[in-house]
Design a protein around this ligand. Structure first.
Ligand SMILES: [Zn+2]
Length: 200
């Protein structure tokens, strides 16, 4: 059985014509759920508009390809929400489900994650996030925390981050205390509505 948690990198070239994406180029992504789990495909604009796939999958969206930044010269001294999220997903996502979800919500509030889709499978809600910086897709299980359950998890996140980064970040001053998903992130160019894209 496919795991609920997963990270899918954005391709550096078109799934159809194999042309290499250039910096700032528009690309079109489709996420499909198959027997092997989630499969992601990225297409250049020409291929997408010329021959839009019939199978639109779980989600499809238009994004901007950014050349990945070079690896940091110095190893990061402090764990950030992003590095902690990656580490927990890699190590043992099952037993850190609550913390992983709170970290994903934090990153969404900080506009580093964009929610691209939601999918319910076997009564489990999976949220599909895209990490702006790299275009990676993060598949995160929503543990459906109640308000009572939320506080201890937030405290756990603060202690795991070692005070280096708190859920109440200086940037937004927001704590992910309510888990309502009232707002949708919009890309810088404003044409990114996170789904429902008309390929024609
Ligand atoms: Zn192409």
């Amino acid at each position: 059985m496919a795991t609920d948690w997963d990270i899918r990198a954005r391709g550096s070239s078109c799934a159809e014509c194999a042309c290499e994406f250039k910096d700032q180029q528009s690309c079109f992504s489709v996420l499909r759920f198959t027997d092997e789990g989630y499969v992601r495909a990225d297409h250049c604009e020409g291929c997408w508009t010329g021959n839009p796939p019939e199978d639109r999958g779980v989600s499809m969206w238009k994004g901007i390809f950014l050349v990945p930044p070079p690896p940091a010269a110095e190893p990061l001294a402090q764990e950030t929400a992003e590095t902690l999220l990656r580490r927990l997903m890699e190590e043992d996502a099952e037993s850190h489900a609550d913390v992983i979800y709170i970290l994903a919500v934090m990153l969404e509030r900080k506009r580093q994650f964009i929610e691209r889709a939601k999918q319910t499978r076997d009564d489990v809600l999976i949220r599909v996030y895209e990490y702006r910086k790299t275009g990676e897709t993060f598949l995160i299980r929503d543990p459906m925390l109640s308000l009572d359950e939320l506080e201890p998890v937030q405290e756990q996140v603060v202690s795991l981050l070692g005070g280096g980064e708190k859920p109440q970040d200086a940037e937004s001053g927001e704590v992910p205390s309510d888990l309502s998903k009232g707002e949708t992130a919009v890309d810088e160019n404003g044409d990114d509505n996170g789904g429902g894209l008309d390929p024609s």
